[in-house]
Design a binder for this molecule. Structure first.
Ligand SMILES: CC(=O)N[C@H]1[C@@H](OP(=O)(O)OP(=O)(O)OC[C@H]2O[C@@H](n3ccc(=O)[nH]c3=O)[C@H](O)[C@@H]2O)O[C@H](CO)[C@@H](O)[C@@H]1O[C@H](C)C(=O)N[C@@H](C)C(=O)N[C@H](CCC(=O)O)C(=O)O
Ligand SMILES: Nc1ncnc2c1ncn2[C@@H]1O[C@H](COP(=O)(O)OP(=O)(O)OP(=O)(O)O)[C@@H](O)[C@H]1O
Ligand SMILES: N[C@H](CCC[C@H](N)C(=O)O)C(=O)O
Ligand SMILES: [Mg+2]
Length: 482
């Protein structure tokens, strides 16, 4: 595509050089530049992308999107106010506005995004739709599946993925929309058919100024939707968002258990086999069963059902898909064994998720609840003591261990967690090595006990320093059990 067309509609400060060039690719990482690339220089949190102009030229970059006044003979420099924002615009142009042709369903909120997008994609498949998926576990473009590096990709990668989905015949894309992606312009220019909100509880307060700032980022999704917005009205953050968006052009629907809403669950029953409830919609009622335990499953499936309602998916289809779902990898996933111990791997890595998962276990516990958990390094430190307190309070015994320490000292992360524990109550152990902690917890467990291994869910790696090592909670638990 000609550069002139790639930058159509962009707010530019100045252009130096020729814009009648053929652009073969757009890239923001100099290491991935190919011949004919438009290289976007992003001033990042750790490094300034403008530093890589020379290496991008060596690899064949022909044009640059920059925030500074730069002129190099033979190359084109397009200067803009904000390159992250402009990158989303040029990516959308370069890919011919793919989200307009795809039914993109965006899900945001602290917890539940992966669960909801997985359920939605299962339902749409059963409805004979071809559906792409973008989220924490994987990206599926309708043909190929790759594991994810983030929850929501950078704008260029996102628009290219939408294009692949269209090429592969997808009509829908179920997608997780993280607050980082909303704050850092990754989903600017994306048109969403539906926007779903799950809940807002403390997380990512290393990145967002405070909870209001975090909520404001999430709220941005609901200004980008065309068909409907679907909001959890039991949630305090959901209530505020609803008040702010209810009078927008896009219709807004609510779901909940405690607050009167458009999609409600009554007569809820929760046990080890799953949840059942009476679903009340604006036009009919019926009983829903989902073989995934937890009150949060009621919320997640209410959101999913509201989305299906908006998309005119027949009742029988979503009911059947939910009834037969295999659940979501690493979300309340049971590790089968013949010892009579309930071993559950779960991705709870926020205070709210940990509390929910432990309360769910408590509802059907016949023995002790034994919890293994830690907190990620280079991430929100304020959640560490909160998770410590919850881990201790809702378990009979907990093993405080490492999650992904990243570049932090694992012992110091554990010290932060211990600040939230009542240290006089000796129902906890510190085992820094996560594999040892899992082994000890399982060794400690007797028949009918529940061992919850929290925090890493589907992850098949542990990040120590900057290195990713193979590590799989489920695999280790299986080895200990058999
Ligand atoms: C805080 C955050 O989101 N940071 C993202 C941001 O990084 P940054 O601005 O610090 O980038 P940087 O490293 O300073 O580099 C600046 C620029 O120089 C470029 N560069 C860098 C090195 C080089 O040799 N050549 C080069 O061109 C980089 O590609 C970049 O364009 O832009 C990068 C490029 O897109 C992202 O990889 C990076 O995500 C980091 C890895 C990250 O950990 N993000 C997490 C926090 C995140 O986004 N999480 C959310 C939510 C998770 C959830 O709750 O589900 C997610 O959506 O995944
Ligand atoms: N609606 C919910 N409310 C609270 N907790 C939930 C909810 N759904 C799932 N959880 C808990 O949160 C964990 C993470 O769930 P899930 O992966 O679906 O969330 P997510 O929003 O995709 O998280 P991430 O931000 O890491 O992508 C689950 O393992 C479970 O413990
Ligand atoms: N998407 C989340 C994942 C956290 C998973 C947990 N295992 C950790 O490493 O903290 C984040 O980037 O904050
Ligand atoms: Mg997720």
């Amino acid at each position: 595509m000609k550069l002139e067309k790639v930058i159509e509609g962009l707010d530019v400060i100045s252009i130096k050089g020729d814009i009648n060039l053929d652009i073969a690719n757009i890239e923001y990482d100099s290491r991935k530049v190919i011949e004919g690339t438009l290289f976007v220089c992003v001033k990042g949190f750790t490094v300034d992308g403008h530093k890589f102009i020379d290496s991008a030229i060596e690899k064949g970059a022909k044009a640059f999107l920059v925030e500074e006044d730069i002129d190099i003979q033979g190359y084109t420099f397009i200067r803009v106010e904000n390159t992250r924002k402009s990158m989303a615009k040029v990516a959308d142009n370069f890919c011919n506005h793919p989200s307009e042709k795809l039914g993109v369903i965006g899900v945001t909120g602290t917890n539940g995004k992966t669960s909801i997008t997985t359920f939605l994609s299962e339902i749409l498949k059963l409805n004979s739709n071809k559906v792409g998926l973008i989220g924490t576990i994987k990206i599926f473009d309708g043909e190929k599946e790759v594991s994810s590096n983030s929850t929501t990709p950078e704008s260029v990668d996102l628009q290219k993925t939408f294009n692949n989905m269209l090429d592969n015949g997808c009509d829908y894309c179920a997608m997780e929309v993280s607050s980082h992606s909303l704050a850092l312009n990754r989903v600017d220019e994306t048109k969403f058919k539906l926007g779903l909100f799950t809940n807002l509880t403390p997380d990512h307060l290393d990145f967002h100024r405070d909870l209001d700032d975090y909520r404001d980022a999430k709220e941005r999704l609901f200004y980008k939707t065309t068909l409907a917005n679907i909001i959890n009205i039991d949630d305090e953050g959901g209530k505020k968002i609803y008040e702010n968006i209810k009078n927008l052009g896009t219709p807004c629907y609510t779901y909940g258990i405690d607050t009167k809403s458009d999609f409600m669950a009554k007569d809820i029953k929760i046990d080890a086999a799953g949840v059942s409830y009476r679903l009340i919609t604006p036009t009919y009622e019926e009983v829903i069963f989902v073989p995934v335990p937890g009150r949060f499953t009621v919320y997640n499936t209410l959101a999913v059902i509201a989305a299906c309602y908006m998309l005119d998916i027949p009742r029988g289809v979503f009911q059947e898909a939910l009834r037969t779902t295999g659940g979501v990898a690493g979300r309340f996933e049971v590790v089968p064994n013949n010892k009579g111990i309930n071993v559950i791997v779960d991705y709870a890595h926020t205070p709210d998720a940990l509390e929910n998962v432990l309360k769910t276990a408590k509802e059907f516990a016949k023995g002790n609840i034994i919890t293994v958990f830690g907190c990620g390094g280079d991430r929100d430190k304020s959640k560490r003591p909160l998770m410590g307190k919850i881990g201790q309070e809702f378990s009979d015994i907990c093993f405080v261990t490492s999650d992904n320490p990243r570049t932090e000292d694992p012992k110091l992360i554990i010290e932060d967690i211990l600040k939230g524990l009542d240290q006089k109550n000796k129902n906890y152990r510190v085992v820094v090595d996560r594999k040892e902690a899992i082994e000890e917890a399982i060794k400690f467990a007797k028949k009918d006990d529940i061992v919850i291994i929290a925090g890493k869910g589907h992850e098949n790696y542990q990040i120590i320093g900057k290195t990713k090592y193979h590590f799989d909670d489920k695999e280790i638990a299986k080895e200990c059990l058999n």
